[in-house]
Design a protein around this ligand. Structure first.
Ligand code: MTE
Length: 310
């Protein structure tokens, strides 16, 4: 469903991207202090972003909801650990290694990646495999833009992603709860789909560390664990790549992991979800096939048995 632009979010006060990029440098020194002071207030650097027809018209969760209830095992396994611990992460300088079956491999500085793109606001539903959900106003650009710039070779069939490994700052990595780095992958056509974005912010501001700063993937029709955070490597590969949760427990977490209310997790139902934010009154709502994005993405899976390729 290509929703209408929801016009209750105002962009009149945003600064141009050049200012944002300069601000990024300035912000780096103040990052720790800012993280401590930020709280739920909208105090980060503003990012100019244009509205998108791909946004849902559902009301976004509050900034506080989105930044205080997270999954980011690199900072601990409880929902509140990332907000407590992620301020330690240095996100500037940041570069992303692009390699594998591409014409222009390299170590790309984030600022250079951002110079070539138009940042859009994409208000997407996020459905975690644990059966909670949120509506998040991301700021980002289509992954396809970057892939087209680096030149995908015809033999590439999948895209592989890795998160940073830096246990000195990512204190959850001192425990072996997962086999670091966190890894994910998409089929090339999924990666090239216009709904698939690399996000660098939310609510019109730089990405909070706990949400995957400075750059993370967002694939709204798949369970949230596919949307890998704090990316340092993107590889174009021929074979289906390793993906963290799929490796950890293939019976419970498939490679595709498209949201599907008809295929239950072995330990719980996926038929409904709890929309975060209401506290005691948080709503339980029915889960939608492909998280409500079926009109756009069902065609990618034509002829596939969605029970087998879960
Ligand atoms: N990426 C990394 N590197 N590490 C993680 O633990 N958790 C995933 C995903 N990306 C995770 C990750 C899961 S399970 C979900 S539901 C989403 O991030 C949560 O994103 P959010 O905290 O921004 O809502």
């Amino acid at each position: 469903m290509a929703g209408r632009w929801k016009n209750d979010l105002k962009w009149s006060d945003v600064t141009p991207k050049a200012d944002y990029l300069n601000r990024r440098q300035i912000m780096a020194g103040a990052a720790a202090a800012a993280a401590l002071a930020a709280g739920p207030a909208l105090s980060g650097a503003k990012i100019r972003a244009v509205p998108s027809a791909y946004s849902t018209d559902e009301a976004p969760n509050s900034y506080e909801d989105i930044t205080s209830y997270n999954n980011f095992y690199e900072f601990g396994t409880s929902k509140t650990d990332p907000a407590k611990n992620a301020h330690r992460l240095t996100t500037d300088p940041w570069s992303v290694r692009v390699d594998g079956l591409v014409d222009r491999p390299g170590n790309y500085d984030l600022a250079d990646i951002l110079k070539g793109v138009t940042l859009e606001e994409r208000i997407y539903r996020l459905r975690c495999v644990e059966a909670w959900s949120a509506v998040i106003p991301w700021v980002g650009f289509e992954l396809a833009d970057l892939l087209n710039r680096v030149g995908v070779q015809p033999s590439a069939k999948y895209v592989y992603f890795e998160t940073l490994v830096r246990p000195s700052e990512m204190i959850g990595q001192k425990s072996r709860v997962l086999d670091w780095p966190y890894r994910e992958g998409l089929r090339l056509d999924e990666a090239m789909h216009p709904l698939t974005i690399l996000a660098t912010g939310l609510y019109g501001e730089e990405m909070p560390n706990q949400n995957g700063a400075p750059i993370r993937l967002v694939v709204p029709w798949k369970y949230g664990f596919k949307s890998i955070k704090s990316i340092v490597r993107i590889s174009l590969v021929e074979k289906q790549p390793q993906a963290t949760w799929n490796m950890q427990n293939p019976r419970e977490y498939g490679f595709y992991s498209n949201v599907n209310p008809e295929v239950d997790h072995p330990r719980w139902s996926q038929a409904s979800e709890r929309r975060i934010g209401g506290g005691l009154f948080s709503r339980r709502i029915p889960t939608r096939m492909f998280n409500g994005y079926g009109d756009q993405v069902a065609g990618l899976y034509a002829g596939m048995d969605l029970r087998k390729f879960y």
